[in-house]
Structure formats: structure tokens, C-alpha cells
Design a protein around this ligand. Structure first.
Ligand SMILES: Nc1nc2c(c(=O)[nH]1)N[C@@H](CNc1ccc(C(=O)N[C@@H](CCC(=O)N[C@@H](CCC(=O)N[C@@H](CCC(=O)O)C(=O)O)C(=O)O)C(=O)O)cc1)CN2
Ligand code: MET
Ligand SMILES: [Zn+2]
Length: 764
């Protein structure tokens, strides 16, 4: 029996990578210094895993920005528009972030959610006759680096079929899966080089094996892995599947000519029995038993049962123990948490602890009688028992209130048409109302106030007055440039989910539990450990203050229940739907308080509603039913004249448009610009009745869009959606941007609005 890891967090325990990348981008450190930080993180991660006693340690799980982008650079699938930036690493970061300097102006690659996680990857772009050539030595360099440390590491490579399926066809009339023959030679070259370097194991990540596949895709799997096996009879291939069970791909997966098949037993424990029945004699099985998506301590007894069941069928030698997926999605090290409640802390395990869990599980399963090991099992049993029985978790009043939810909770008083007229009467908004999504730049200064306040270096009153000044400044500025619906700027928030987590009962939070979201951006997901409720207003103070400064409308700004659920570490002791309903009631109370405080427009962000979709379509309806219901529970408490907005980003809507419509928000603002308004087609085809604000510029890039570009996008929008339904706004919040580009971009956006209004006036 061996232990192996599918991937270790790469941001560094103190977010060293984030800091180095941002310093490099702003010209404060050299590329060599950035490289050195990357190297230090890799060495540290390898050392941790080696010292813990992991048998097969991964390499190439590191990335400066994104592992899919790394693969795109490796396969040479570099879109035409980057042809002029031959100089790496600028090419790499230009693909990730766009480039606007020295007279060059190129957009970034599209970014989207990595399956159902809050991690984002850069979408490969494929042409009909896409050619691939080996174009990077990253994999080989990292392998060599590990080897120099005495580790024969296992390169982690996105499998060829999953790589193609992650991409997007940029031309009509072809199927990306047909590129498999063009792509294969690059993979063969990679393997040949790794073989020469002395690699023993190669891990191919093929998460699409847990999703519905068509005939062609299945054939592609058989084709590539047969070819690979034929060329490399002696390399050991691990095919890693995760985020779900194999289900109808079981026969396909177990019959691929691999050495090891990895399965996710956290997401689908039930598949073990079927896999054990179907597995051919030459294949070894990797049991994904330690949850790579959550922070709860492993239940050793439960895991040992799986191991025993598998061992009875296959024998110890054919088993590997692993996390369910890469540990990228968990924070680095629980030991860095200094102020967690002791009882809750005893229920948790972060990446470093999960590595230890694997090693301990192997020791127990292989019969170790070492005292240390025996006592770890006892400690684990006690911790798991304590979490099952703690009084901190259960709140009968909350449970009763959830029980009492009926239809009245999730229905607005009148239908949209009536509400729209009523809102127009009161809000008196012009055609193409201009707004933003909520946050304004979280500058180093704003963050430093919060940091100082948290360290006790400034008082609550000082912190409050600094935030008020900043809020006042942006209210005045928004009035001045001519936005129609203003926002308070969210300066008081560290993050749109963590902020609410900090204010709700049933949640706890970490001081260093960072997880990569995209590029250098990280989040500290709060931990939902018990029944959730709201004991006091969370946002009214800031919304009321902002509204008091202006006669224009200020939007109240809330994060929706599904997004709070999705971006937190959630309980695994009750269904997600149940936790979500508890959060929905808490947000509903906040919505009511905002309305009572005189706020007339309230935005309930649900950017994660699409990402929360189960990966199998057969499970969609059940999820959408409760997710939409939860949004409606939160939103439906208001009177007709109060305008409810929602906001979503990185979402494809085609296949769920009727559920988006069922949310019945008066206005929905969506990310649209990187996909050139393609997203609107779904709304148009559905004749989506409510108002829509398609994002007119990409906020993930420092690039400033021109007025003409935005007019062009709005004209595209107007061609499919009636003008009376359209709002104008950026793709998402502006917290990651700096002020100079934000000012220029929003002024240009207002100019675009003016042009659009003039255009309508001219034709009517
Ligand atoms: N949870 C979540 N998921 C999301 C999004 C989101 O906004 N939130 N947006 C989408 C895109 N993802 C994003 C994820 C993170 C960030 C982001 O801006 N993250 C910030 C951290 C935000 C934060 O928690 N800030 C804290 C801590 C800031 C900090 O680093 N402080 C310094 C000290 C600063 C000083 O002394 O000056 C430190 O702790 O070292 C605060 O403001 O209080 C970052 O990585 O830089 C943006 C988008 C999708 N998923
Ligand atoms: C990821 S969605 C962000 C919405 C939030 N209101 C903001 O503007 O930052
Ligand atoms: Zn957004």
C-alpha cells in the first residue's frame, strides 16, 4: 500500500506567491526574484510531504498563475493575438491578464470556474486546424528540481482529453475533441522526455471521466491512452478522476491501459463497490478518502472501512491512499491558526494535516502497533465523536424556523410587470441606467486600515471614520460622473462572503486559511460548523450612511445564500440544502432591515449559483429547485416598489436560463464582456422578461476599455434585448482594480451610455 498526493497548495503558507506575483507585476521585483519565490515554495512543499512520509510526491502541481494556462503554453496553443509578445514570461502573464503597454493592447484569455470549485482557470482557445507543439520546459524543470532533492516526483499533467474538453472552439463547425490526433504527439514528447529524466509515475488528471461523455469523447479516451501505452510500456500512469463518481464511465475508466486509477470516494463513496467488481487484475486502485474540498478532520474509522473493503478484494499491494482531489482547494496549515476556538479546531485538518492523515491511515491499515499511531486513532475517534455531539452545532429555534418555511416566503407580492411599473414610478430611472456591481478598489490603504484595526493599532472609531471618508468620497464621485444607481463601495468588507460569515452565528473563520481563487487572488472561506442565524443587522449601518449622503439611489449590497454556502467550507453532517435555507432566512432578515431603513434598491449577489450546479445533469433539477428557492426566500420579503437586483459572473446561462428567470430578480447584472455578449443569446432566446445589465467591460484586467468598444457591445446587446430592459455596468465589482484605471473606465462607460441614449433619441 502506498500513499500519494494529487497536488499541494502552491500559494505558500504565507501567500508568498501572491505577494511575489503582485510585486513583479508592479515592477517592484525582477523575474529572477519571482522565479526564486516559486522555487522556494516548491522546495518547501516537497519537504513537507517528504518529511510526512508520503510515498509518491507530486511535481508540476505548482503554477505561477494557473495549471491550465501552463498546459496551454506547454502545448503551444497560443492564440494569434499574442504573436507580438514573444518575450516570456510577459507572454504568460499577458495571456492571463491582458496587456496594455508600449502601444500594445491585447485582451486576456477567458477565465471560468474549475468545475464546481471557486478556482478559476484560463480557457484554452482552439481553432479548427489547431496545431500543437511542445513549447515549454516547465514540467521537465520541475521534475529535475525535485530529483535534485532526492525525490522521484510524479508529474501531474492535465490529461489530453480533459485538456481539450476544458477549451473552447473559437471557430464554427468543428468539434474540439477532433483535435486529439493533433495534440497527442505533444503528450508523447512530454512523456518521452520525462522517461529519459527517470520519471516512474505520471499522473494524468481526467476529471471529465466523472461527467457525462458522448461516444466520440469516450473513443478519444481509448485512443489516446492506448497510443500512450503503446509508446511507453514501462512508465506508470495514474489516471486521476475527481469531483464525482465514474458512474456510466466505469467500464471505460477501468479498461483504459493505466497502472493506477484514482477515484473520489468523498463525492461518491458508493462507487467503490462497483469499481472493485469491475477492476481488471493489472490495475491498482487509488482511494480518494481524505476530502480535498473541505477542512474537516478525516473520520479514520470510516476510511479504514473503505480500505478494508478494497483490501479484501484487491490486496494491500494494489492500493494507494490519496486525498479525493488536489489539495489546492484547502488552506495550507492549521498550525498557523492562533485564535481558533479550541473545540472547533479539534475538528479541522488543512493540507498539511491531511498529508499526515494519509500517512497515519496507511500505518493503521497495514497493522502498525506503534504507540504513536494507536493514540492517533484514538484521538481521531474522540474528535469525530465530539463533533457529532457538540451542543454548539444544533439550534432548535433555527431548525423550527426552517421547518416553517412555506410558499409565502418565496413569492414576491406581484408579478414582474406590475413591480416594474411601480418601481419606475418611484425610482424614475432613465433609459440604460448606469450602475456598478458594488465594490470599489480595495486599495492597499483601505486594507492597511483594516489590518491596523485588527491589530489594535487604531481604534474602532478611527477605523470607522476612515471608512466613512472613503465611502463619502466615492458617493460624491459617482454623483459627479453621472452614475444612476450608486453603491457604497464595500470598503468595510474584507471579502463578500467572509464578511457575512464573521457576522452570522454558526460560522467561524480563520486568520490564515487562504485558498487560491485565481492568479494571485485568494480567499479565506469561512467555516460553517453549526446551525446558522443572524443575531443583528450586518450591513444596514453602511447602506444607511451612504444613502444619507445623496439624493440619488444607493443600492444595498448583500451576498446571496447560495453564494455564501458555496464559498464557505460547509458542514458535511447535513444536506447543503438545509444549511442554505438557514442562510437564506438570515439574508431575508437583512433585506427586510435594509428596506425598513429606506433603501429602495437591494442587490443580492449570487455569482456562485451556476458553479454550485452538480456536475451531472441528472442532479441539476434537485439542486436548482432549492438554490432558486433560497434566493427567493431571501428576496421576496420586500414590497413591489423595492427593486431587487442580483449579480452573477463567469456563468453560462443557456442550459439554466429558465431557473435564472425563476429567481425573478427585477434586475440581473452579468459578466459578459470577455465573451463579447455571447452570454446574452440565452436571455434573448428565452425572451427573458426582467431587466438585464450585461457587463460592458472586463474588470479582471487592468486594461481600460474605450467608449467605442462599450458602445459596440451595447449595440450588440440592444440587437437582441429591448433597450427598455437594458442596464449598463461593468462585468463585476471593482475591488481588484486601482483607482486610475477605474476612473477612466467608468467615465468612458458613462460616455457610452450617453451615446446610446442619444442613439435611441435620434431614431425615435
Ligand atoms: N470569496 C470570494 N470568492 C470569489 C470572489 C470574491 O470576491 N470572494 N470573486 C470572484 C473572483 N475571485 C476573487 C477572489 C478573491 C479576490 C480578492 O480580492 N482577494 C484578496 C483578499 C481579500 C481579503 O480577504 N482581504 C482582507 C485581507 C487583506 C490582506 O491581505 N491584508 C494583509 C495586510 C494588509 C496591510 O497591512 O496593508 C495581510 O493580511 O497580510 C482584507 O481586506 O482585510 C486578495 O487576494 O488580495 C477577488 C476575487 C469569484 N470568487
Ligand atoms: C464576485 S461577484 C462580486 C460582487 C460584489 N458585490 C462586488 O462588487 O465585489
Ligand atoms: Zn461578480
Amino acid at each position: 500500500m502506498q500513499t500519494h498526493n494529487l497536488g499541494y497548495p502552491r500559494i505558500g503558507a504565507q501567500r508568498e506567491l501572491k505577494k511575489a506575483c503582485e510585486q513583479y507585476w508592479s515592477g517592484k521585483i525582477s523575474y529572477e526574484q519571482l522565479e526564486q519565490t516559486g522555487k522556494n515554495i516548491r522546495l518547501e512543499n516537497w519537504k513537507i510531504q517528504k518529511q510526512a512520509g508520503i510515498d509518491i510526491i507530486p511535481c508540476n502541481d505548482f503554477s505561477f498563475y494557473d495549471q491550465v494556462l501552463d498546459m496551454t503554453l506547454t502545448t503551444g496553443a497560443i492564440p494569434e493575438r499574442y504573436a507580438d509578445i514573444a518575450m516570456r514570461p510577459d507572454l504568460y502573464f499577458a495571456m492571463a491578464r491582458g496587456c496594455q503597454e508600449h502601444g500594445i493592447d491585447i485582451t486576456a484569455m477567458e477565465m471560468t470556474k474549475w468545475f464546481d470549485t471557486n478556482y478559476h482557470y484560463l480557457v484554452p482557445e482552439f481553432l479548427k486546424n489547431q496545431q500543437f507543439t511542445l513549447n515549454s520546459n516547465k514540467i521537465f524543470n520541475e521534475f529535475a528540481e525535485a530529483k535534485a532533492l532526492g525525490i522521484n516526483a510524479k508529474p501531474v499533467i492535465i490529461g489530453p482529453v480533459s485538456y481539450l474538453l476544458l477549451g473552447k472552439e473559437k471557430e464554427a463547425n468543428f468539434d474540439k475533441i477532433d483535435l486529439v490526433e493533433n495534440l497527442l504527439p505533444v503528450y508523447l514528447q512530454i512523456l518521452s522526455k520525462l522517461g529519459t529524466q527517470g520519471a516512474e509515475y505520471i499522473q494524468f488528471d481526467e476529471p471529465f471521466l466523472t461527467m457525462a461523455l458522448n461516444h466520440k469523447e469516450k473513443t478519444a479516451y481509448e485512443f489516446v491512452y492506448r497510443q500512450i501505452r503503446k509508446k511507453f510500456p514501462d512508465l506508470k500512469f495514474i489516471i486521476a478522476t475527481y469531483f464525482g463518481g465514474l458512474q456510466d464511465n466505469l467500464a471505460l475508466a477501468v479498461n483504459l491501459p493505466a497502472d493506477v486509477l484514482h477515484i473520489d470516494l468523498v463525492r461518491d463513496a458508493g462507487q467503490l463497490e462497483n469499481v472493485l467488481k469491475a477492476i481488471p487484475a493489472h490495475l491498482r486502485l487509488s482511494l480518494g478518502i481524505v476530502d480535498g474540498r473541505n477542512i474537516w478532520k478525516n473520520d479514520f474509522q470510516k476510511s479504514l472501512n473503505f480500505i478494508q473493503q478494497a483490501a479484501e478484494a484487491l490486496g494491500h499491494e494494489r492500493l494507494l491512499l490519496a486525498p479525493s482531489c488536489s489539495l489546492l482547494h484547502t488552506p495550507c496549515d492549521l498550525n498557523l491558526e492562533k485564535s481558533l476556538d479550541a473545540e472547533i479546531r479539534n475538528w479541522l485538518a488543512f493540507a498539511r494535516q491531511k498529508i499526515d492523515e494519509l500517512v497515519t491511515l496507511k500505518a493503521i491499515a497495514t497493522g502498525s502497533t506503534e504507540e504513536k499511531i494507536v493514540s492517533r486513532l484514538q484521538e481521531n475517534t474522540r474528535a469525530v465523536e465530539s463533533r457529532k455531539t457538540s451542543v454548539r452545532i444544533h439550534n432548535p429555534a433555527v431548525q423550527r424556523r426552517v421547518q416553517s418555511i412555506d410558499q409565502h416566503y418565496s413569492r414576491r407580492k406581484s408579478a414582474f410587470a406590475i413591480r416594474k411599473a411601480e418601481q419606475q414610478r418611484i425610482l424614475k430611472l432613465p433609459l440604460f441606467p448606469a450602475t456598478t456591481i458594488g465594490s470599489f478598489p480595495q486599495t492597499a490603504e483601505v486594507r492597511s486600515w483594516r489590518a491596523k484595526f485588527k491589530k489594535g493599532l487604531i481604534t474602532a472609531a478611527e477605523y470607522d471614520s476612515l471608512l466613512k471618508e472613503e465611502t463619502k468620497r466615492v458617493i460624491e464621485w459617482q454623483e459627479q460622473i453621472g452614475l444612476d444607481v450608486l453603491v457604497h463601495g464595500e470598503f468595510e468588507r474584507n471579502d463578500m462572503v467572509e464578511y457575512f460569515g464573521e457576522r452570522l452565528e454558526g460560522f467561524t473563520f480563520t486568520t490564515n486559511g487562504w485558498v487560491q481563487s485565481y492568479g494571485s487572488r485568494c480567499v479565506k472561506p469561512p467555516v460553517i460548523f453549526g446551525d446558522v442565524h443572524r443575531s443583528r443587522a450586518m450591513t444596514v449601518y453602511w447602506s444607511e450612511y451612504a444613502q444619507s449622503l445623496t439624493t440619488k439611489l444607493v443600492k444595498g449590497m448583500l451576498t446571496g445564500p447560495v453564494t455564501i454556502l458555496q464559498w464557505s467550507f460547509v458542514r458535511d453532517d447535513q444536506p447543503r440544502a438545509q444549511t442554505c435555507r438557514q442562510i437564506a432566512l438570515a439574508i431575508r432578515d437583512e433585506v427586510a432591515d435594509l428596506e425598513n431603513a429606506g433603501i429602495k434598491v437591494i442587490q443580492i449577489d449570487e455569482p456562485a449559483i451556476r458553479e454550485g450546479l452538480p456536475l451531472r445533469k441528472t442532479d441539476w433539477d434537485a439542486y436548482l429547485h432549492w438554490a432558486v428557492e433560497c434566493f427567493r426566500i431571501a428576496a421576496s420579503v420586500v414590497k413591489d416598489s423595492t427593486q431587487i437586483h442580483t449579480h452573477m459572473c463567469y456563468s453560462e446561462f443557456n442550459d439554466i436560463i429558465k431557473h435564472i428567470a425563476a429567481m425573478d430578480a427585477d434586475v440581473i447584472t452579468i459578466e459578459c464582456s470577455r465573451s463579447q455578449m455571447e452570454l446574452l443569446d440565452a436571455f434573448a432566446a428565452f425572451h427573458y422578461p426582467n431587466d438585464i445589465g450585461p457587463g460592458v467591460y472586463d474588470i479582471h484586467s487592468p486594461r481600460v476599455p474605450s467608449k467605442d468598444e462599450m458602445v459596440a457591445l451595447l449595440e450588440k446587446a440592444q440587437a437582441v434585448i429591448p433597450a427598455e430592459q437594458l442596464w449598463v455596468n461593468p462585468d463585476c465589482g471593482l475591488k481588484t482594480r486601482h483607482w486610475p484605471e477605474t476612473e477612466r473606465a467608468l467615465k468612458a462607460m458613462i460616455e457610452a451610455v450617453t451615446a446610446m441614449r442619444a442613439g435611441v433619441a435620434a431614431t425615435s
